[in-house]
Structure formats: structure tokens, C-alpha cells
Ligand binder design. Structure first.
Ligand SMILES: *Cc1c(COP(=O)(O)O)cnc(C)c1O
Length: 380
């Protein structure tokens, strides 16, 4: 028998303390007890997103906050730029079309990060753009872009910069206000050590001015409704109040650890994973690898879809494969959230065993040793 270990880039493991909190009795949400919880969670999320703007908590997966961003900011027929470097970039584009926006797709090769220069060119070619939509980390390709540089370019225009921080915030260094990002969206089940079910969104003053001027065809994700309720520490509709209570346990753990320490340790685990891949002669997929998730090309001659299957079914280690055009070509490992150095060693060990099982020539322990060297340095 093997323990079940979760290394897919969402959902990620949840600490025992948080799970126990989820098991506690139901309570009522239109109460002072809940209002205090929502206020505290908002403060914690402001810290994690590094913003002084209000952070609104929605019930839904991360896509609910993505939909809120598009539907509140971009009016019918208005121009938006969607960077498409993977599955989640495609989601921005599809959301824009669903709400009748004039979507300009900025396609980038799936292994590369969009650059500030590319955004600058696109904005010059489409000066009527009201918003630019990017992923901090494009989870489907494990690629991270330079949000700070992109924000500088967008700040000089009338457009707002919207960042999908769902596998960025809480894992990669991120400073919404200092960088000048206009909208940040986050989901609970990636770096925040929580199950799926909460989505968060924060908007700058520039974004709010645009939202106020836009007639939005939304109801459940109407940000004006969230702003009005939050003035009284309420949600417009029934909140997932037990999730909010549990979220406070995980955000308190992040605060106790220190946000910068969380970022540094996430990076260390990613460096260990990359060192392991090199030692096993495996190629990284991304040319700008994210520290929150690593994508590794499956070796020639090995059935790529079989690698995650063998790891999950035979060794209890759940990683993710590739999506769409990357199906069978890559495997992805999360380093986010409630994961430690020894989890990385377990994941690398299982990868070596799965590759050997599938007929690859593997020097057992080569990847594990390379990862250990990186992780041991951190202890010194
Ligand atoms: C997981 C994820 C999402 C949200 O997906 P949901 O299934 O709605 O939670 C959005 N963007 C990125 C980059 C993600 O990793």
C-alpha cells in the first residue's frame, strides 16, 4: 500500500489543522462572528497579494474571479488583449468572447513567456484597448512571466492590467501595488493550502474607475455588489462561511512562516526539481520556468500519458500530464503550498521508478541526489 500524495498543480495538499477546521459545526453568516472572519481574511489576502485595495471573496473556483474581471471591466464591443500562451490564457480569450468583447489574441509560443515588448507592440497596434489579460504563471506550460515589467508598460496607457495570479500569488514574489497591477485574481486550491471553493479579486483605483463606467451584464459576479456588501463585512450572497473560517487557518500559517520565506522555499523546491531533471537527462518544457510548478518533457520512446498514470496508480503519487497540444508530451509537478523538501524527494523518487517501469534507462537515485544537494544547502 502507498500513501496518496498530491503533486498536481491544483488541488494541492491541505494542512491537517485546516481540514479539522472544516469539520467544525456550521454557523450563521449574517453575524458578528462571520463579519470578523471576513475582515481578517481580507486583511490576510491583502498581505498575500501585497495590496491596500479591498480584496473581495467569492464562492467559486478561480474561474469565477476571472469571469468577474472580464465581465466588470470590459464592455460589449470594447477591445481587450488576451495573452494566449496556454490553456489558461485561452480562458481569458474565451471569457472575452462570451461577454461580447472585441478580443485581440496575443499568441505566444507555449514554452515561452510573453514579454513587456510584445505587450507594448500590441497596445500600440490597438490603442483602444481597455484591458490586458495575462497569467503570472501559465500553469498548463509551467511558465512565469515578468509581471513587473509588463505592468510598467501598461501603466503608461489607458488600459488596465489584469493578472491571473492563481498559481502565482502565495508562491512567486508578487507585489500588486508596488508593481502597479490593476486587477489580481486568485483561487483557493493552488498556493493557498485550501480546497477549491473560494476566489479572490482585488482592483486598483484605475480599475475601479473603469468598472464604474462600464455597464456590466453580470449578476453573481458583479463587483459593485461585492463592494457594497463588503463595506459592512458582508457578502452579497450566502458565502462559503466554513471555507472562510478554514482559510484563516491556512493564511495564518503563511503569515507565521513569512510571505518572503514562503516565496524563497517554493523557489528552492523548484530548483531542486530542476536539478533532478537535469541529472536524469530530462528536458524542462518551459524556457521561463515558474517556481510554482515544473513541466518536464517525457523522454523519447516513453508513452508520456503512462508516466502520470503509473505514478498515481502504482505509487500513489498524483502529478499532472499535459493538456491539449501537450497531452502525452510533458509531466507537471507542483511545488506550491503545503509541500516540503521531503515531498520533492518522494516525487523525484517516484518519477525515477515510473520511468524505469516504463522501460527508460534510469540511474536510480541520480535525480534524488541532485535534488538533495539543492535542498541540503538551504539547511546549512
Ligand atoms: C487553476 C487555474 C485557474 C482556475 O481554474 P479553476 O478550475 O476555475 O480553479 C486559472 N488560472 C490558472 C493559471 C490556474 O492555474
Amino acid at each position: 500500500m502507498y500513501k496518496q500524495r498530491l503533486f498536481a498543480p491544483g488541488p494541492t495538499p491541505v494542512p491537517e489543522e485546516t481540514l479539522l477546521e472544516l469539520a467544525r459545526p456550521m454557523f450563521h453568516h449574517r453575524t458578528g462572528q462571520y463579519r470578523k472572519m471576513l475582515e481578517q481574511l481580507t486583511r490576510d489576502m491583502q498581505h498575500i497579494i501585497q495590496t491596500e485595495q479591498e480584496v473581495y471573496t467569492m464562492t467559486g473556483s478561480g474561474s469565477a474571479a476571472m469571469e468577474a474581471a472580464v465581465a466588470n471591466l470590459v464592455g460589449r464591443g470594447e477591445t481587450m488583449i488576451a495573452v494566449r500562451g496556454g490553456k489558461f490564457g485561452e480562458r481569458w480569450s474565451e471569457l472575452g468572447r462570451a461577454f461580447g468583447a472585441n478580443v485581440v489574441d496575443l499568441d505566444v509560443d507555449w514554452s515561452t513567456a510573453v514579454t513587456a515588448e510584445q505587450i507594448d507592440e500590441a497596445l500600440k497596434a490597438h490603442p483602444d484597448t481597455v484591458a490586458v489579460f495575462i497569467q503570472h504563471c501559465e500553469t498548463s506550460t509551467a511558465t512565469a512571466c515578468d509581471v513587473e515589467a509588463i505592468a510598467k508598460v501598461v501603466a503608461g496607457t489607458k488600459a488596465c492590467l489584469v493578472v491571473d495570479g492563481i498559481t502565482g500569488v502565495g508562491a512567486l514574489p508578487y507585489r500588486m501595488d508596488a508593481w502597479g497591477v490593476d486587477v489580481t485574481v486568485v483561487g483557493s486550491q493552488k498556493a493557498l493550502m485550501l480546497p477549491a471553493g473560494l476566489a479572490f479579486i482585488a482592483c486598483s483605483k484605475k480599475a475601479w474607475a473603469k468598472i464604474e463606467a462600464t455597464a456590466s451584464p453580470t449578476y453573481y459576479v458583479n463587483l459593485k455588489a461585492y463592494r457594497k456588501s463588503q463595506a459592512k463585512w458582508d457578502n452579497p450572497y450566502t458565502p462559503a462561511n466554513t471555507m472562510v473560517r478554514a482559510a484563516l487557518v491556512s493564511t495564518a500559517m503563511i503569515r507565521a512562516e513569512g510571505l518572503e520565506t514562503v516565496w524563497a522555499e517554493t523557489r528552492r523546491r523548484a530548483e531542486a526539481m530542476r536539478a533532478a531533471a537535469r541529472a536524469l537527462d530530462l528536458e524542462l518544457f518551459s524556457k521561463s520556468p515558474s517556481d510554482s510548478v515544473t513541466a518536464i518533457r517525457t523522454p523519447q520512446g516513453i508513452d508520456g500519458e503512462a508516466v502520470p498514470k503509473v505514478m498515481a496508480e502504482e505509487f500513489g503519487v498524483r502529478i499532472a500530464g499535459g493538456q491539449s497540444q501537450l497531452k502525452g508530451k510533458i509531466v507537471r509537478f507542483s511545488h506550491m503550498g503545503y509541500t516540503d523538501a521531503f515531498d520533492v524527494l518522494a516525487a523525484v523518487g517516484a518519477l525515477e521508478m515510473a520511468l524505469a517501469r516504463l522501460g527508460a534507462t534510469v540511474e536510480f537515485g541520480a535525480g534524488v541526489a541532485a535534488a538533495q544537494k539543492v535542498l541540503a544547502q538551504a539547511q546549512a
